[in-house]
Design a protein around this ligand. Sequence first.
Ligand SMILES: Cc1ncc(COP(=O)(O)O)c(C=O)c1O
Length: 370
Amino acid sequence: MNNNFPQLGMAGFSASFVGQNLISMHGTNPQPFTQGELEQTIGRSFADILSDVNLGFAPDEGTLALRQTLSDFHYSQTAYFEIMTFAGAQEALFCVYNALLQKGDKVLAVSPVYQPLLQIPLNLGCEVSTIELDCKDNWSLDLNKVEKYFKAGCRLFVINFPHNPTGATLTLIEFDALISLCRQYGVWLLSDEVFRGIEHKTLYQLPTVADSYEKGMSVGVISKGYAVPGIRVGWLACHNTQLLKKVNEVKGYLSVCNSQIDEALAAEVLKYPDKLSQRNLAIILKNKKQLSQLTHVQGHEVNVIIPKVGCCVFALLKDESISTESVARLVANETGFLIFPSNLFCTQVKGFRIGFGTNKFSNFINANNP
Ligand SMILES: Cc1ncc(COP(=O)(O)O)c(C=O)c1O
């Protein structure tokens, strides 16, 4: 057992139900596309896209075609050579943390948090602090508190908007203020933007951090905001090419390079962010209408802050004396649905992460209504 890699909470919790065939209701991505549906949405067949693909190794930093698509369709101030591709966002995160951080560095992350965002720097020996989003104020981020950490020597601030697990986001004014604050204190800003693309209205979409800040790093992926987890492609965008070179060296210990097939498909599919969003939002917005019915989880009262972005919520448990893990286990055993309890998200706030982006969401609502 290698103690440098303690098991992640979500993996451990899911593993405890192996063999029970639970229906995932904790997911953060919209209902994945089928191949046929995706071909219809973008108006091209996989056979056509792949007919000329070279099946050698892809370049370590990603194919030119994919990096160009990302630069053209997902960024306005970031060139193809400032973008690197990976086997998912997870690999991009692992590589960027390893390239940037040293033992003892001070890292600040927003919580509740997708655990790897906090666990990878902890594994590297960093001093990691969290700042809780305020569940009493629409999951807002207090920039005055952030500044206190910056004053105390924070090297890296990690954000994730649209946010997993709460569905929170920033206003444009808050986003601009945060960038100014990072610039003032010279803090690196790692922005996990994997849910970009599923904002419920276009006006809720924030600029990318890579486009906005010279020490900003944006991580994106095709699996979450675009609902195609079967193509395993994520990316990192940032203006610091020295850092990208180091990131590439770390990637040399992992996948080295992506599959040419995945990269060729992603290079085409990601040319149509609006069409993908349209299909995903049709499901999300329909299910969102049912969120007001999410008042109980196995008889326990919950409160849901209706989000403006993404397709997961953090249902707050009213009775804070109850163990969220035991309720989530009850849900699994009584209804066959898997939801995630708050102890998996490194937070003091009690509740459950529940995804509302899939076709099974109404079944879950019906199974939990008192
Ligand atoms: C906030 C966040 N970042 C990164 C990832 C990793 O995405 P992927 O598994 O597609 O690489 C996830 C996956 O759930 C996530 O929720």
